[in-house]
Design a protein around this ligand. Structure first.
Ligand code: TYM
Length: 348
């Protein structure tokens, strides 16, 4: 078995407001992982993914700054992690193309996220949106990232990434051996989804059966990371609940999606777990629980939002972080893509 360096890669699209789902499902995990010195960490703002659906160019720039500001404000540290925007490292596009030729149509046809996003309009969607999981596999395998922290909506894409790695390793097994790369060229990446006691999926505040997302029309369905305290309080006060008191045991959250969601958000923000939260609030009405949740959210998210807003005023600084990160990313990515070109038979 080929041994790979322990390396973490993950990314967030700058395609909408950055919200609590992104924070609890992804960014908090990044912060935990960068403190484990056995890992190298690479965190990307995936702007090339964002243009798979129409983007206003000025707003795309603003959102790119905003996602970067969220990384920095939440504690992702450029001294410990590489932070950059995808389009600055051309090797993502190069490997993405090669993977377009490795992945099979049948594999992409199974991707539920494309079906959800395209709905009945698939004929009118961009080719990029359809092929997007191949680019995502390229993002990861360009660094041979062994671990990828994400929310559970990305699980299927990570399975596809493993399929692409496996097929490439098999299809080019002879060349990989001949060129001295050992048994496997690409690693089979491990998803880090259920990790560090964080909810794998933060749900919509108005409908606990849907995930919290930046594309939901109403802003009341999500908590944006730079909402001010009044907005945070208003959204949580109006969050949907059910008529019963909170249960005392986790099993009592079964079939109560809104209750489960609010309890999980509390637990994640408080660094505890659902049962500990229910030990404190079981038997109480939502009104009291929500008051405590609002205080906690304001205490934990408020300072991150303030720091994001402060950082956003200094565009030059954020851009410098991204530029420096891109330089460091290129040092890793370019030799790998050169090796891939040799393996597939391109003249280099
Ligand atoms: P994106 O931009 O939709 O989401 C970024 C990250 O946030 C997580 N997330 C959530 N987690 C919990 N609950 C939610 N409601 C919620 N909403 C979003 C996502 O799971 C993700 O971890 N395809 C990716 C971006 C990407 C990527 C990559 C990720 C491109 N290349 C390589 C990892 C590795 C995406 O669209 O995530």
């Amino acid at each position: 078995m080929t041994q790979f360096t322990k390396r973490v890669f993950s990314g967030i699209q700058p395609s909408g407001k950055i919200h609590l789902g992104n924070y609890l499902g992804a960014i908090q995990k990044f912060v935990l992982l960068q403190d484990d010195e056995s890992f190298e960490n690479i965190y990307c703002v995936v702007d090339m993914h964002a243009i798979t659906v129409a983007q206003e160019p000025k707003i795309l720039r603003e959102r790119t700054l905003e996602v970067t500001a969220a990384y920095l404000a939440a504690g992702v540290d450029p001294a410990k992690s590489i932070i950059f925007n995808q389009s600055r490292v051309a090797a993502h596009a190069e490997l993405g193309w090669i993977f377009n030729c490795v992945a099979r149509l049948g594999w992409l046809n199974r991707m539920t996220q494309f079906k959800d996003k395209a709905g009945k309009n698939s004929e009118r969607m961009s080719v990029g949106l359809y092929a997007y999981p191949n680019l995502m596999a390229a993002d990861i395998l360009l660094y041979n990232a062994t671990h990828v922290p994400v929310g559970d909506d990305q699980k299927q894409h990570l399975e596809l990434c493993r399929d692409i790695a496996q097929k490439f390793n098999n299809d080019y097994a002879d060349e990989i051996k001949e060129l001295g790369f050992g048994e496997q060229f690409f690693c089979l990446t491990e998803p880090l989804i259920d990790f560090g006691n964080k909810p794998v999926r933060v749900m919509n505040l108005r409908d606990g059966t849907k995930k919290m997302s930046s594309s939901a029309e109403s802003d009341m369905t999500r908590i944006n990371m730079n909402d001010d305290s009044d907005t945070l309080a208003k959204k949580l006060k109006k969050a949907k609940t059910d008529p019963d008191a909170l249960p005392s045991e986790v099993a009592g959250l079964e079939g109560r999606p809104e209750a489960r969601n609010l309890v999980s958000i509390f637990a994640a923000l408080d660094d505890s777990d659902n049962q500990t939260v229910l030990n404190q609030f079981g038997g109480q009405q939502f009104r009291e629980f929500k008051t405590a949740l609002i205080d906690l959210a304001v205490a934990k998210i408020g300072p991150i939002g303030d720091e994001m807003n402060r950082l956003m005023k200094d565009e030059a600084h954020i851009n410098q972080v991204l530029k420096d990160g891109a330089e460091r990313a290129r040092v890793l990515a370019e030799p790998l893509v050169q090796d891939v070109k040799k393996i597939v038979g391109f003249m280099v």
